[in-house]
Structure formats: structure tokens, C-alpha cells
Design a protein around this ligand. Structure first.
Ligand SMILES: C[S@@+](CC[C@H](N)C(=O)[O-])C[C@H]1O[C@@H](n2cnc3c(N)ncnc32)[C@H](O)[C@@H]1O
Length: 251
């Protein structure tokens, strides 16, 4: 097998939500780098007992990359685990850039993102016809540079399904900004460590988002799904409508 380093999305936490490919990679790895602040031990425990497991949450980029390249050059099968899907706030860019410079082949394996399991727990469709056909995955800006055109205010103007990552610390300003555009009774799913053993989700009204989050002391590993689609069970799409013709069903 050609040597490479694989970046694996391990999903939101529950090992049952791993893809088969992710599971195979975890089982065959000789060295695993993992973000211990966001991935539960349960996932790591699926690896072989001889696999070297390196926690990265207290390391900087240079330390992680030096170690990763060193293990790779020793001929080890190295994988790097990221929570959810690596393309979403995974900071894989800077890691891949360093590996490219070393001519090390890279593979990325997708995973289930936090918004998907949170919606699934509530049997929620976030794209209800005539209500919203758009899902935005974003965050409150915090310390990370964010283009002004993507400010929360601009995103909220669309009144689409809005999934906010990394925003619990900024819940006061988030709620205030959202209330300029969304109805105060818009449903919000709040999820904390969703699919972890101690995780939970709850549906609240937008007007209560701040008070609820503070009462629960939410800071980390929290997602909010704000959506006018969440209380629209009576809306029906055309897809299965007997009068709606499409390629696979003629009237
Ligand atoms: C660095 S971002 C990575 C997101 C990840 N790549 C994904 O696709 O879900 C970490 C943030 O994702 C959200 N998150 C990840 N896993 C979560 C979970 N199990 N429950 C709730 N939120 C989660 C939280 O907002 C957390 O602060």
C-alpha cells in the first residue's frame, strides 16, 4: 500500500457514527494523532493496543507536524483524527500545506458533522419547501478573522436554517443579532456533546437562547440550529406528489 497520511473525520462522538472507512483506518493505524478535547476516548479505544496515540490539544502546529513527519519517515501508518467532518473548522489547511512541502501524500476521509446528528435527533428537515431551502454552517466571529460580508447580521437576514458552531461563548450578542431578523418564537435546537455518553439536545425558543445557555453553563462543544423549518411538519414537498412528473415517475 502506498504510504500516506490520512485525515479522518470521526463524526460527533458516538463510535456507531463512524464511517466504515474511518473504522478501518483507526484499526490499521500504527500512530494516531487525535484532538483529545473534541474526540471521546471511546473512539480511540477502537484502535489496536499497540497503536501509539498522541494527544494534540496542548501542542502547537509545529510540534504536531514535526512529530507526524518523523513517524511517517520511520515508515509508520499515521492517521490524524478530527471531530465531525474535517472540512468544517478542522484547520486541516495548514497541516496539509506542511505535508505537501515534504511531498507526503495526503488523504481526507469525511465524517458526520455535529449539525447532522443534532438535526437527526429531532427528526428535523432543515430544507422545508417554501420555508427555507438553505442551510448555513457558520459561527459567531470570536477571535477568528471573518469577512464582514459573512457577519452574523448578514447571515441572519436570509432567515434560513442557521447552524452555529463555536458560538456558545458569544450567546448574548448572537441572540440579540438574530432577534433583529428572526421571530422570537423561532425554534432553536441546542446540542451539547451530542451523541457523547453525557450529551443532550433540547428545543427552545430563540428569545430564550441566552438565558438557557447561561443556565446550562454552555461554553464548549455546543451547537445551535436556528430554523423557521423546525415547526413546519405540515408542509409537503412536490417530490412524492402524484401530480408531479419527473424523470423517474411519469404521470
Ligand atoms: C473545531 S469545531 C469542529 C467542527 C467539526 N469539524 C464538525 O464537523 O462537527 C468544534 C465545534 O463543533 C461543534 N461540535 C462538534 N462536535 C459536537 C458535538 N458532539 N455536539 C455539539 N457540538 C459539537 C461545537 O460547536 C464545537 O465547539
Amino acid at each position: 500500500m502506498e504510504q500516506k497520511i490520512s485525515f479522518i473525520g470521526v463524526g460527533p462522538g458516538d463510535p456507531d457514527l463512524l464511517t466504515i472507512k474511518a473504522m478501518k483506518e483507526i484499526k490499521s493505524a500504527e500512530v494516531i494523532f487525535w484532538t483529545d478535547s473534541l474526540i471521546p476516548e471511546k473512539i480511540i479505544s477502537l484502535s489496536n493496543k499497540d497503536t501509539e496515540k498522541i494527544k494534540t490539544s496542548s501542542m502547537n502546529l509545529e510540534q504536531i507536524m514535526n512529530m507526524m513527519i518523523d513517524k511517517y519517515k520511520k515508515g509508520k501508518r499515521v492517521i490524524r483524527l478530527h471531530d465531525g467532518d474535517p472540512c468544517l473548522f478542522g484547520a486541516i489547511n495548514e497541516q496539509i500545506r506542511v505535508l505537501n512541502k515534504e511531498n507526503i501524500k495526503v488523504e481526507v476521509v469525511p465524517g458526520i458533522s455535529a449539525f447532522q446528528i443534532t438535526a437527526a435527533y429531532h427528526q428535523a428537515e432543515l430544507t422545508v419547501p417554501e420555508v427555507t431551502q438553505t442551510i448555513i454552517l457558520s459561527r459567531y466571529k470570536g477571535r477568528t478573522g471573518m469577512p464582514e460580508r459573512e457577519s452574523l447580521k448578514n447571515l441572519a437576514k436570509l432567515k434560513s436554517s442557521l447552524c452555529l458552531y463555536l458560538s456558545a461563548r458569544h450567546v448574548s450578542i448572537t441572540q440579540k443579532t438574530l432577534l433583529e431578523f428572526y421571530d422570537p418564537l423561532t425554534k432553536v435546537i441546542v446540542g451539547h456533546r451530542v451523541s457523547w455518553d453525557d450529551g443532550w439536545t433540547e428545543i427552545i425558543n430563540l428569545k430564550d437562547m441566552e438565558i438557557f445557555s447561561k443556565k446550562k453553563n454552555l461554553i464548549r462543544t455546543t451547537i445551535y440550529i436556528i430554523s423557521p423549518a423546525l415547526d413546519q411538519l405540515n408542509k409537503t414537498s412536490n417530490l412524492y406528489n402524484p401530480n408531479y412528473q419527473h424523470l423517474f415517475r411519469k404521470i
